[in-house]
Design a protein around this ligand. Structure first.
Ligand code: MN
Length: 256
């Protein structure tokens, strides 16, 4: 299969390298990834800056293209200019850190997959649920098992997969669950600091793990030792609200 590989941790990230190694023997893998880290840039694209694209070699051989832009930029420029042939699938990752719950909205990793899905490509984002001493090998092997399945899945147009793998030895992973996105609010903490010129600044210091996770959600699954697969879609319309709001008086009133 012909695979476009990208991420948000940057083209030199160990997670991307692990995925590349796991896929390159059986597939044609083309890498187009951000030059530096682009975590938590969400679905941003570059409008005010030029998109510089540079060749990257590894071990003396051509490895891929580094883009001075966001993950969504990478998919766009790959499809428009860099790749000569449309790939069969797009894989984004492996991200350092889970992309579950509300974090899915902030994730550059997931947005690369979403961007591909918008373009009508089969795509998945893969994340490993740890920030400490990551071992990407198990998640890479799982992704390699998913890749041949992806084109066969009866996913509706525009839907891609958000895959999260717990940071456990493979024999301790309990299984694979299809999940929905956890919707609980994250409790964030900012650290207040003072710079050498005595100006106050703040730094996002951490997100407390939410205590009451809903069973069946992505967050719950990885916390309980399961690989989580969530089908996601870029249409942000809340359809139930259309039903609720339709025909209400205020709508005519504001309409004048
Ligand atoms: Mn990242």
């Amino acid at each position: 299969m012909h695979i476009l590989l990208t991420n948000d941790d940057g083209i030199h990230a160990p997670g991307l390298w692990a995925l590349y190694q796991a896929l390159r023997e059986d597939h044609r893998v083309e890498v187009v990834a951000p030059e530096g880290e682009q975590s938590a840039v969400g679905h941003a694209i570059s409008l005010l800056n030029p998109l510089r694209v540079k060749k990257v070699n590894k071990n003396g051989r051509f490895f891929g293209w580094a883009v001075l832009g966001t993950p969504a930029d990478c998919v766009k420029i790959a499809m428009a200019e860099v790749l000569t042939v449309r790939p069969d699938i797009v894989v984004s990752g492996i991200n350092l850190g889970a992309n579950v719950g509300i974090n899915v909205l902030y994730s550059g990793t997931v947005s690369a997959a979403t961007e591909a899905a918008i373009m009508g490509l089969k795509a998945m984002a893969v994340s490993l649920s740890t920030y400490k001493e990551p071992d990407f090998s198990g998640a890479a092997r799982f992704a390699a098992r998913m890749v041949p399945k992806l084109p066969e899945l009866r996913l509706p147009e525009g839907v891609c997969l958000n895959v999260n793998v717990p940071a456990l030895p493979e024999n301790q992973i309990k299984g694979v669950l299809l999940t929905r996105q956890e919707k609980g609010i994250l409790v964030e903490r900012y650290e207040k600091r003072i710079d050498p010129r005595e100006n106050i600044y703040f730094w996002l210091a951490g997100v407390n793990d939410k205590r009451e996770l809903q069973p069946g959600t992505d967050y719950w699954a990885v916390q309980h030792g399961y690989i989580s697969i969530t089908p996601i879609h870029h249409d942000l319309t809340h359809y139930d609200s259309l039903e609720v709001l339709n025909g209400e008086e205020w709508l005519e009133e504001v309409g004048g």
